[in-house]
Design a protein around this ligand. Structure first.
Ligand code: SF4
Length: 360
């Protein structure tokens, strides 16, 4: 049975210029219909009452009103009694002290805040609805309401961004005194406002420079890198995300979510009416043993600690080094085997390594 649950709240107050996530503009009557459908979808699973993590992502979960939030969190209450981590995603412009208190009352102990940049010009360009000042005030509100496990997302390689303006954002981010930082490079996807306006990605060398400098800077300031894009103070690594990277099963609930249970992955529909009509799942992917072993490697190699070799053998009844002999021999100098884990020395060449594991 899956120990992790992801639930996608698909509503936002406005649409960001780079966003291709599943999102609908917030409307009270739509939220009410969505909550009813969600209840039905939850009932279609036998969700374990002993879940270890829940992650409410989006969209923007914090756009929900107090009443709507209470309804949502009450639906999850039977599954949130033994959690090791309960994360709620929020945006600065829609969070309030009372909302955070309500989250906390239901056991939420981690807030993931969509900051993206602390440069007001870039926030405007990306159509975010907050300013850098709002971020500082929001972090204070969250802490005052009693949650100090705060993570922020930062995007780099944004149009017009320079190395110096990016590092300035990081410097300001450190002064927020938060526990966790996720760094994502911008990809300009089809169907986004950035694409429509003809914006291009930054030069690859500049993007690589930004990542390299950010990594060194965060490490030097007490945020340890534990995954390609994630940095945390000691003990504040995301347990939910580690579940993904360890290739655990997880329930994916609501529009636009994905899940994996047993030998199957699935994507839920992004179509609101289909969802309301009970057609939750858009597509199933049946996984062969080879698919599962490779996906497990692909996910676990993203972490600094790498893949747990004992777990691999227990799960698949196969010895890693026998199955992937050719790829391992080819990359013997790029991989480190230690204490029953195998990990990639330099995560920047991860894709080149994975290509050979895929062929094996
Ligand atoms: S980036 Fe987040 S807040 Fe912005 S439109 Fe997309 S889902 Fe909504």
């Amino acid at each position: 049975m899956a120990k992790h649950l992801y639930l996608h709240v698909p509503f936002c107050k406005s649409i960001c210029a780079y966003c291709d996530f599943c999102h609908y503009l917030y409307k009270e009557d739509q939220v009410s219909k969505w909550l009813d459908a969600l209840k039905e979808e939850m009932a279609s699973y036998k969700i374990a009452s002993a879940l270890e993590t829940i992650y409410l992502g989006g969209g923007t979960p914090s756009v929900l009103s107090l009443k709507e939030t209470e309804k949502l969190l009450s639906m999850l209450a039977p599954f949130s009694k033994q959690l090791k981590e309960y994360t709620f995603e929020a945006n600065p412009e829609s969070i309030t002290f009372d909302k955070v208190r309500l989250y906390k009352d239901f056991g939420v102990d981690r807030i993931s805040l969509g900051v993206q940049s602390l440069d007001d010009d870039l926030l405007k360009l990306t159509n975010r609805k907050h300013t850098a000042k709002d971020v500082f005030e929001t972090v204070e509100i969250i802490k005052k309401a009693g949650i100090d496990n705060i993570s922020i997302d930062i995007i780099y390689s944004l149009p017009t961004q320079t190395l110096s303006t990016f590092m300035d954002t990081l410097k300001k981010a450190l002064s927020l005194d938060i526990k966790h930082i996720s760094l994502y490079s911008l990809t300009i996807e089809e169907g986004t406002l950035f694409k429509a306006k003809g914006y291009k990605s930054l030069d690859e060398d500049l993007e690589a420079d930004m990542y390299e400098k950010a990594k060194d800077y965060l490490e030097a300031n007490g945020y340890k890198q534990y995954e390609i894009a994630n940095f945390a103070k000691d003990g504040y690594e995301s347990k939910h995300n580690i579940g993904y990277w360890e290739y655990d099963d997880f329930y994916g609930l609501s529009l636009g979510a994905s899940g994996k249970i047993g030998h199957r992955r699935y994507d839920n529909t992004r179509n609101f009416n289909d969802y309301l009509n009970g057609n939750y799942i858009f597509k199933y992917y049946d996984l062969t043993l080879e698919d599962e072993m490779f996906e497990n490697i692909m996910m676990s190699f993203r972490m600094k600690r790498g893949l747990d070799l004992k777990r691999f053998k227990d799960r698949y009844k196969k010895d890693f080094f026998s199955v992937y002999k050719d790829a391992y021999d080819k990359h013997i100098n790029d991989l480190i085997v230690k204490d029953n884990y195998i990990r990639v020395k330099n995560l920047e060449i991860l894709n080149a390594i994975l290509v050979d594991f895929l062929k094996d």
